[in-house]
Design a protein around this ligand. Structure first.
Ligand SMILES: C[S@@+](CC[C@H](N)C(=O)[O-])C[C@H]1O[C@@H](n2cnc3c(N)ncnc32)[C@H](O)[C@@H]1O
Length: 427
């Protein structure tokens, strides 16, 4: 979302200024419709159109919500016929009214989140890969209620996730393409996981905050991984979501120097995306993928298709009991943040027992920035609170946890993603 501030408000004319490109928009809400409106009957502002053509070299239109006293710019985007859709949300942020609007927009976010989940779950985006379809046709193919699906789709179309024509024919936009199942970087599994397990547990955030307990456990009467062990479908969604999450983020192992290393053990490695990428880049290395038994079917299938199965052994068990010994590299990617300090320390202590004295432990997890800095890891920290009782940690917290478990923090490599790389060496 682009931040836009209201820079001047004189009588009925308001000036909006974009924080990103310094373009500005003047809107006179009280002016007669003929003056403000473009020929389009929806009420586009011609003044805005002219300004934005000049600013962006692109044809744009606005959705304008009018009240007797004010006009609010909700969206700005290129025309549907244009190939590149440039969408920005214009919200005057300097006024009390706009602060209220932003607050309410954030509070209403759950609806959009669930609408995206619904189209992901029903595979609507896949049904549009060959071209636009009417909502009735989509409902039939997706086994959904026609009118209800239309209502979801038109909300998402109003936000630029679909095109919509007068006969309720919906089409893809660049914003929805990442939801295609066959997109190599598809976010569909992650959106399904967010809309199911995480959404339900987030609904119990208040319980976690009142009690400090894990809301997932409160909701289901068991821990997340126990639940996945009993629900193979949810487990497959989770494993695919984790793999999808890995693909969306910078892989710090791409430029890691593994020379001189022989055996990598990926503890809690999921279906194996991380270890496969390491083994592909380092043909002399062998690997052990270690995870809970419930992950084995997905891991077996993924390893088989990976081309490195002959160099990668799959072992199952609980890392709280023991971790396969013999490796000179141990990887824990997004595992330790799942657990509170006592449990994370147990995992690390077991890793210390398994690792050789000259081995290296590579932890892919967030290192929380100090102070009131914006950070995606802070939101992820809430996910840990509600899902597994874990937490994101600052560099000092990582150092203390590692030291208490027989390791020393040797290095932190920051990445462009919320997941950094922490190198730890046995003490
Ligand atoms: C958040 S996922 C991370 C998966 C993968 N390493 C990644 O970065 O995408 C946590 C992983 O830890 C595994 N796990 C949870 N408890 C475990 C245990 N007791 N022993 C071994 N693995 C465990 C889960 O099955 C899951 O694959």
């Amino acid at each position: 979302m682009t931040n836009v501030s209201e820079t001047a408000g004189a009588s009925s004319t308001t000036m909006y200024r974009s924080m990103s490109d310094h373009s500005s928009i003047r809107l006179n809400a009280a002016a007669p419709a003929s003056q403000n409106a473009w020929t389009n009957r929806r009420g586009w502002s011609s003044a805005v159109k002219a300004r934005m053509i000049e600013a962006r070299d692109n044809v744009v239109f606005l959705v304008i919500s009018k009240s007797p006293k004010s006009a609010t710019l909700l969206y700005i985007t290129s025309l549907p016929s244009s190939k590149s859709i440039d969408r920005r949300v214009f919200v005057p942020s300097a006024s009390a009214e706009s602060d209220r609007q932003q607050l309410m927009q954030a509070a209403h976010g759950f609806r959009i989140s669930q609408a995206l989940y619904v189209v992901a779950k029903l595979g609507i985006v896949d049904l549009l890969e060959d071209g636009p379809r009417t909502s009735d046709e989509l409902a039939k193919r997706a086994d959904a209620h026609p009118r209800a699906l239309l209502r979801v789709l038109r909300v998402l179309a109003s936000l630029g996730y679909f095109t919509q024509d007068a006969s309720n024919r919906f089409g893809l936009t660049p914003k929805t393409r990442p939801l295609l199942s066959d997109d190599p970087d598809s976010v569909r599994p992650m959106i399904i996981f967010l809309g199911e397990g995480q959404y339900q547990a987030t609904g119990e955030l208040l319980h976690s905050v009142r009690t400090g307990e894990t809301s997932f456990d409160h909701l289901h009467g068991m821990g997340h991984f126990e639940f996945l062990a009993q629900n193979p479908e949810a487990s497959a969604v989770f494993n695919a979501a984790m793999a999808s999450g890995l693909r969306q983020t910078e892989n710090p192992f791409d430029r890691y120097d593994f020379s001189g290393r022989h055996l990598v053990v990926d503890v809690g490695g999921g279906r194996g995306d991380q270890i496969v990428s390491i083994l592909r880049a380092n043909p002399m290395m062998k690997g052990i993928l270690f995870d809970l038994p419930q992950v084995a079917p997905d891991a077996r299938a993924y390893l088989k298709a990976s081309g490195v199965a002959s160099r990668c052994e799959l072992k199952t068990g609980s890392a709280f009991e023991s971790i396969p010994p013999g490796g000179d590299v141990y990887v824990m990617s997004r595992v330790l943040h799942d657990w509170p300090d006592d449990k994370a320390a147990l995992l690390l202590t077991n890793c210390r027992k398994a690792i050789s004295n000259d081995g290296i432990l590579l932890i892919r997890d967030s290192v929380l920035p100090e102070g009131a800095v914006a950070s995606q890891a802070k939101q992820m920290d809430l996910t840990m609170l509600i899902m597994t009782g874990g937490l994101e940690r600052s560099e000092d917290e990582w150092r203390a946890l590692l030291r208490a478990s027989g390791f020393r923090l040797a290095n932190v490599r920051r990445t462009t993603s919320p997941f950094d790389l922490i190198e730890a060496k046995p003490i």
